[in-house]
Design a binder for this molecule. Structure first.
Ligand code: TUI
Length: 314
């Protein structure tokens, strides 16, 4: 079985984290992933802290295993969410779209493992100095809010720049991706898109079907500098592109995007919803239980590792 330092750090069986996707990663999905030996993560997004507390309690009612909460740093509730995870003694937090540095003393004192998502070497170094436990290096193949560097280029640069464990994310959906991440020096992977299609994921069936139908060129990056978001192409992204051509302001573009993730995830609006998904969408073939997803990734990875030496000529 594939075990790395990440398994010991987090008390999990396999070095696979589930992305903490807003509106998508509910308690049901997080519990299923943790119960299957990975680290399930609740995506707090912009949700009210009391709603997040319910999800934490849901996970605890479904599994005794470790789990995490992702805190999205553009949420208006960041301070209250930090207090909440401390109060609820959540084992692990991941963070996105911001720098959690100022909250580290409080989180570390509470014994919480802190694993920020970073998209640059500079922030990785700063956060290592500030005392985080590990880092998720997220390449721009991922879905949702993205950085500028690909996983293949970013992961080894961050691995070279820090001593703490690095987890690779962006474009990873199967055993090949896991082995590639390990080869780049990562000690594990974070997977989002494939887990949207987990049977236990509560998003609307239409969202899952859109990912399964997607082919290689079916995602697009919308947004403006500092705020780029990868989604599946649809009528919303067409409208967005038209507005961009007309020179719309960031405020107008934000108005078009407002509440559209909820429309996709809850109402199943595949035409005008924001179907956040990564470039690995085309690798996702079916809806299956989280346990099957994890086991098939591990089986594939082990096969590849066993046969890798055979690729070399005498
Ligand atoms: O956070 C993500 N991905 C997300 S969050 C999200 S929720 C959303 N909902 C509606 C519209 C837009 C977003 C969807 N996808 N990924 C983690 C991530 N964090 N990637 C890159 C970063 C990042 C960027 C800048 C982390 C830190 C950072 O630092 C800025 C600073 O303060 O130095």
């Amino acid at each position: 079985m594939i075990r790395t330092v990440l398994c010991d750090l987090l008390g999990i069986e396999y070095p696979i984290l589930q992305g903490g996707m807003a509106w998508v990663a509910t308690g049901e999905l997080a519990a299923a992933v943790s119960e299957a030996g990975g680290l399930g993560i609740i995506g707090a997004g912009n949700a009210e802290p009391e709603k997040v507390r319910e999800e934490i309690r849901k996970v605890r009612s479904l599994t005794k295993r470790p789990f995490g909460v992702n805190i999205y740093y553009m949420s208006p509730h960041v301070e209250a969410l930090i207090d909440l995870v401390v109060e609820e003694k959540v084992p692990v937090i991941t963070t996105g779209a911001g720098n959690p540095g100022k909250h580290l003393p409080k989180l570390k004192e509470a014994g919480i493992k802190v694993i920020p998502v970073v998209a640059s070497v500079a922030l990785a170094k700063r956060l290592e100095r500030a005392g985080v436990d590990a880092l998720i290096a997220e390449g721009m193949e991922c879905g949702g809010h993205i950085g500028e560097i690909t996983t293949m280029a970013l992961v080894p640069q961050i691995v070279d720049a820090v001593k703490i464990p690095v987890i690779a994310a962006g474009g990873i959906a199967d055993g090949r991706g896991l082995v590639a991440a390990l080869a780049l020096g990562a000690c594990g992977v974070q997977i989002g898109t494939r887990f949207i299609c987990a049977a236990e994921c509560t998003v609307h069936q239409n969202y899952k079907e859109a990912i399964i139908k997607a082919r290689d060129r079916d995602t697009v990056v919308t947004g403006y500098p500092g705020h780029y978001v990868r989604v599946l192409k649809n009528k919303l992204t067409k409208k967005y592109e038209e507005l961009m051509k007309q020179g719309a302001s960031p405020e107008e573009l934000d108005r078009l995007g407002a509440n559209k993730l909820r429309a996709a995830a809850i109402e199943g609006d595949t035409e005008y919803g924001s179907l956040m998904a990564g470039q690995s969408s085309a690798l996702v073939k079916k809806v299956e239980p989280a346990r099957e997803i994890i086991q098939s990734i591990l089986r594939e990875a082990e096969d590849i590792i066993k046969n890798l030496g055979g690729l070399l000529c005498e």
